[in-house]
Each structure stands twice: as C-alpha cells, then as structure tokens.
Design a protein around this ligand. Structure first.
Ligand SMILES: Nc1ncnc2c1ncn2[C@@H]1O[C@H](COP(=O)(O)OP(=O)(O)OP(=O)(O)O)[C@@H](O)[C@H]1O
Ligand SMILES: [Mg+2]
Length: 306
C-alpha cells in the first residue's frame, strides 16, 4: 500500500485491540482496501494523509431503519479516510455505479467502488461514505461480527449464493460427534456456536446476547438435559427452533406421543445427508423475526444454484 501511495501521502493505521472476527474473502477484502486507498491518493494530488482505522461497532435499529437491507447488530468497522478534495453531493450519489468516473480516460475505469460495494454486500455488510468538497472523504465498511469458533475454510462462497448467515447453537458432549456436525454446518455456511453441555450453552447465549435461529442439541447431556436446555432457551428466545439429536428412543423428548411445535428429532447415527436435509427443512421454512421484519433480506435457499 505504501508503494501505491507514493511519497506525498502519509499513512496512519490504527487497529483496535480485541477486534471481533468477521467472515469475508480475504483477497477481496484486501482488494477493497487497496481500491479505497488508491481513490484517496488520487484525491490528494498535492499530498495529504490517509488514515485507516478498525473498530468494533454496533449498528442500532435507528441507524438501520434507513436501509431496509441492513440488520441491526454487531459489526467490525474499517474506515478509510483522506484529506483530499472530497466530493459534491451529485458525485457522491453516483460513485457506486459501475463505470462512473470523474477521471480522465486511462486513469480510471469507474469500477473500483462498484467492486467494493459488491464485496461488502456479498459479505452481508454495509458501506457508508461521508464526503464534502474541500473536507476530505471517509469511507466506512461494516462487516458483520462472526460469533463462535473460527474455521479455516478458505473456500469463497459460490457465486450468487449470498445470504444472511443463520446461527445454530450446537450442544453435544461427544467431542467427535460435535466436530463432525460443526464441519457439516460450516460447509453449509451457517454460523455455529458450540458447547459441550447445557450450562456453557446458556453462558454463550447470555454473554454474547446473540439471537439463535436453531438449537441443535443432544438429548442426553451431563447435568441439565437437552430438553431442559431447550426450555430454558425458549424463555429467553421464544422464536428459537429446536432440533434434538438422540441415539435413544423418542420417549425422552416426546410429550404424550407428539413433539412440541417447533421441535424436531434427528435419530443417531448422523450422516451428512440427514443433517443437511433436516437443518435445511427447518431453517429454510423458519419464520424467524429478522425475516419477518426484513422480508427482502430473507436468505435464498443455500444451494439455489445447484
Ligand atoms: N476518496 C475520494 N475522494 C474524492 N473522490 C472520490 C474518492 N473516491 C472515489 N471518488 C470519486 O468516485 C469516482 C468513482 O470511484 P471508483 O473507484 O469507482 O472509480 P475510479 O477511481 O474513477 O476508477 P477505478 O477505481 O476503476 O480506477 C471517482 O472517479 C471519484 O470521482
Ligand atoms: Mg477507484
């Protein structure tokens, strides 16, 4: 980046401590930041200062009201600001348009910001630009916080399969089974929180104040069992869906011969097909609150392009 900026532009980077994790394609993220830096450089022909800051950030309902695609919550913010020319309103309104450029032919294709925009949207994020002539520009990218463990899956999402990740809380005391199921779920691009018993599951939910779309739990757990855990969670989040895994008969879960509404059972041993099919059936049909409020952001079927 320093090489791209040249001698006349100073660069400051302030990275926050304890920054949350996000899930994004690292190559496209790097390209986005570089794009913004080059734009900033071009706006500072006489020299100036480029500042990049990262921070944890909360977008509240009030902020999100103006943007129907945006879901309130925790985001990591990357801000790129410059002390350059800034932009009048009529230009600012058009910067995300593909091929929109104010640069002379050969110096800009006008694709930079439209690519940044595409990347941010694909990552379920948000971008905001503040700029005024003579006052410089600040571009803020918000990427949704990733809760749970960090996978090392480097595969980029398939083209056109952008969706808002749903969150699954997986509770299973058998380490191998848990690892197996986590892998399947991550491959399906769900956000996964994992716990080995009910107490730590409740702890994760309470500490992070996280909305769980589906509780996927073993019935038999050390201490509080799966059914008690489900009840405790329903008090906190009445909309939560529950899927039990059990190697035993239905007796431990079934009330008077039937399952409670919103509760499903998956018989062990588990296979990838069973897990996929069952989870999809539940979550793709789930009317969880965020979808009701923001119908437009409803995730498309995860394998819609197959
Ligand atoms: N930091 C900035 N300061 C002032 N104007 C900017 C800034 N960033 C973008 N712009 C304006 O937005 C326009 C579009 O930017 P965009 O990055 O999409 O294309 P470009 O820089 O013109 O070309 P390319 O990025 O494809 O080389 C620019 O031509 C410029 O007018
Ligand atoms: Mg550009």
């Amino acid at each position: 980046m320093r090489r791209s900026l040249g001698e006349t532009v100073a660069l400051d980077i302030f990275g926050a401590d304890g920054l949350w994790h996000v899930e994004a394609d690292p190559i496209r993220l790097e390209a986005a930041i570089l794009n913004l830096a080059v734009n900033a450089r071009d706006a500072m022909a006489e020299g100036g200062k480029l500042t990049i800051t990262t921070s944890n950030s909360f977008l509240d309902e009030d902020y999100c009201r103006h943007n129907e695609e945006l879901v309130a919550g925790q985001y990591v913010r990357i801000a790129v600001s410059d002390t350059g020319t800034g932009m009048p309103k009529d230009i600012l309104e058009r910067v995300f348009e593909p091929f929109f450029t104010t640069k002379v032919a050969g110096q800009g294709t006008g694709l930079g910001l439209s690519q940044v925009y595409g990347f941010v949207k694909q990552s379920s994020g948000h971008i905001q630009i503040d700029s005024e002539p003579g006052e410089g520009t600040i571009v803020k990218i918000y990427l949704p916080r990733l809760l749970g463990e960090i996978g090392n899956d480097q595969t980029p999402e398939r083209e056109g399969v952008a969706h808002v990740a749903q969150t699954i809380l997986l509770v299973e005391d058998d380490h191998d089974v848990r690892a197996y199921v986590v892998e399947i779920l991550r491959e399906l691009h769900y956000r996964v929180l994992e716990a080995h018993d009910a107490d730590s599951a409740l702890g994760i939910v309470d500490r992070n104040d996280v909305q769980v779309d589906l509780l996927l739990t073993d019935v038999v757990l050390p201490g509080m069992n799966g059914r008690q855990l489900a009840e405790a969670l329903k008090v906190r989040q009445p909309e939560i869906r529950v899927l039990f895994m059990s190697g035993y008969s239905r007796d431990a879960i079934v009330h008077q011969g039937r399952l409670d509404p919103g509760v499903e059972l998956m018989q062990k041993p588990l296979t990838q097909e069973i897990v996929e099919e069952k989870i999809r059936a539940i979550l793709d049909s789930a009317r969880w609150p965020r979808q009701q409020l923001k119908e437009k952001t409803r995730p498309r079927p995860l394998r819609g392009t197959d």
